[in-house]
Ligand binder design. Structure first.
Ligand code: ZN
Length: 173
């Protein structure tokens, strides 16, 4: 099942999400298991051509995101990250062009730590700890911002954002 992406000004996209709670999930989703839900998330993400998708981008109040499932990233590995955290990060920052399914065709150059150490629960609610680098690290950091209701347009100057928006409008035409 493909979920509908919410527009960038939707309250649910711009609000932080409470920690994942299995009882709330069961009450809301009825017969859907976490795995079923994640399959829908991956299907939605791929349908829109993304490599990461947070639950609040489709209006679901769960502190979780999915990422990966792309043949060019770690052989198509799929990540389900519930209650995600960053436990450590490298001091060196790196610039990288980011996109976001909530903002189609908008790309922003953003500086973030290159490597991170992370902790999250997988779809079986088992704790995972991992080191991430490159695009995986970048994607995780971007999705983690969504958990706090923060979107990537908040991370650049107004001037930079205006320029990127102009470029996007040209491309849409
Ligand atoms: Zn995003």
């Amino acid at each position: 099942m493909i979920y509908k992406l919410l527009p960038p000004n939707d309250e649910r996209v711009l609000s932080g999400i409470a920690p994942f709670d299995i009882e709330t999930f069961k009450k809301n989703e009825k017969d859907l298991t976490i795995t079923d839900f994640c399959n829908n998330m991956f299907e939605t993400m791929k349908n829109y051509g993304g490599i990461g998708l947070s639950a609040n981008q489709v209006g679901k109040p769960y502190r979780m995101f999915v990422m990966g499932d792309n043949e060019n990233i770690e052989k198509g590995k799929k990540w389900v990250c519930i209650n995600p955290e960053i436990t450590d990060m490298s001091k060196d920052l790196i610039r990288y062009k980011e996109g976001c399914l909530t903002f189609p065709f908008l790309f922003l150059d953003i500086e973030r730590p290159q490597k991170i150490r992370v902790k999250y629960l997988d779809e079986n609610l088992e704790t995972k700890e991992e080191e991430m680098d490159g695009i995986v690290s970048r994607c995780y950091q971007h999705e983690l911002d969504h958990m706090q209701g923060k979107v990537f347009t908040e991370l650049v100057s107004k001037l930079k954002l205006d320029m990127a928006l102009k470029k996007r409008d040209k491309e849409i035409k």
